[in-house]
Design a protein around this ligand. Structure first.
Ligand SMILES: Nc1nc2c(c(=O)[nH]1)N[C@H]1C(S)=C(S)[C@@H](COP(=O)(O)O)O[C@H]1N2
Ligand SMILES: [Mo]
Length: 356
């Protein structure tokens, strides 16, 4: 499809599928605070939607006092808010699960950081007048298609509990990194939900429906659910908040290093709370040292950079491990919680290197 809003020349580091487009970027080499827009990962369930003049109207209906239609231009004229945050696919790092799980085999790159600008959603919901019967708010994108498990055509749709929808940092965004949101990332309007995995941040947002019950759409109750068991659905729970996580950006896996001083670095991020500590181990987890953290205190939803000066005296093979801890009391586990659809992988990160 012709893309009037983006002129990509660089190839993607890894393409998982082209129809729909699922691609990730070389996160290991990103040192800028903000992920340049052309390096943002892309995750789609359906073909990119066609835009018409109706795509520039946002409807709100359901359990509200007045049905409303907000034009794109009007939304852009309202007092805005900027949110710098990690956008992470809940399937990020899925390829690391053992035993293997189905789904796009994401490596470490289905996570990006951007500055989103838009209008707090609660302002629009307040204008429409939420009824006391409101339980959830459903967000529908313009994209649609078939699924392999059900007959019919579905739109991409997700819900939030009223409380999360009313959070002042849940926004209807129209800008990413100081430009209109690129078409592939949800132009003209996108719901942006800090702290939750990215399936909640509905692209090409077209309709908001307030409902008096729990939403049962397939992207809510079939996908984006943790199923801890292989053969049955017992113990299932919805995928919501991002798990505390980190990666080592340098050295990359299987690097060959000289003895001596090396600066090693990476990033760490959390959903609930902020990163408090990143620890490293060079002896398979026997002992841990603290990395230095670099953060912007005003940006609670963004990742932190960490750095450590590693002085290697002895040649040999090493496994470097990184482990982040957040202010909500969670730490990366040594083994990720396996689940059938492969969401939320966040085991201690490892990179094997050789020192000569
Ligand atoms: N309308 C719509 N919104 C969507 C999706 C989609 O397929 N359609 N995918 C979701 C998922 S699973 C992810 S990880 C992010 C990907 O956003 P990106 O392509 O901008 O990186 O969008 C979310 N919002
Ligand atoms: Mo995702």
């Amino acid at each position: 499809m012709k893309d009037p809003f983006e002129n990509r020349t660089k190839p993607y580091y890894k393409t998982h599928s082209l129809h729909p487009e699922n691609q990730e970027t070389p996160i290991h080499f990103i040192r800028s605070w903000i992920t340049p827009t052309e390096y943002f990962y892309r995750r789609n369930h359906f073909p990119y939607p066609d835009l018409t003049s109706n795509s520039f109207l946002l409807q709100i209906n359901g359990e509200i006092k007045d049905e409303m239609v907000f034009p794109y231009r009007y939304i852009k004229s309202l007092p805005a808010k900027e949110v710098t945050m990690v956008l992470e696919c809940s399937g990020n790092k899925r390829s690391r699960f053992e035993p293997e799980v189905y789904g796009e085999q994401w490596e470490d790159g289905a996570v990006s950081q951007g500055i989103w600008k838009g209008v707090p959603l609660h302002k629009l919901l307040e204008a429409a007048g939420l009824k006391s019967t409101a339980v959830e708010v459903v967000f529908e994108g313009l994209d649609y298609g078939e699924r392999t498990d059900f007959n019919g055509v579905f739109r991409y749709a997700r819900s939030l509990p009223v409380e999360k929808a009313m959070h002042p940092d849940t926004i209807i965004a129209y800008q990413l990194n100081n430009k209109p949101i690129p078409y592939r990332h949800g132009f003209p309007l996108r719901l942006v939900v800090p702290q939750w995995y990215a399936m909640a941040s509905v692209k090409w947002l077209n309709r908001i429906t307030v409902i008096d019950h729990e939403f049962k759409g397939p992207f809510q109750t079939v996908d984006y659910v943790y199923y801890p068991n292989k053969d049955d659905d017992s113990g299932k729970k919805p995928v919501t908040t991002i798990n505390v996580d980190s990666i080592i950006q340098k050295p990359t896996e299987y690097s060959i290093l000289d003895k001596g001083l090396h600066e090693i670095y990476g990033i760490a991020w959390a959903g609930k709370g902020v990163i408090e500590e990143v620890e490293l181990s060079f002896d398979k987890g026997l002992t841990w040292v603290n990395a230095e953290l670099y953060r912007d205190k005003r940006e609670p939803y963004s990742w932190v950079f960490w750095k450590y000066r590693w002085d290697i005296k002895q040649s040999g093979e090493y496994t470097i491990m990184s482990r982040a801890r957040d202010s909500a009391g969670s730490m990366q586990p040594s083994k990720a919680e396996w689940n059938r659809k492969g969401y939320g992988y966040n085991a201690v990160y490892t990179a094997e290197v050789k020192v000569e």
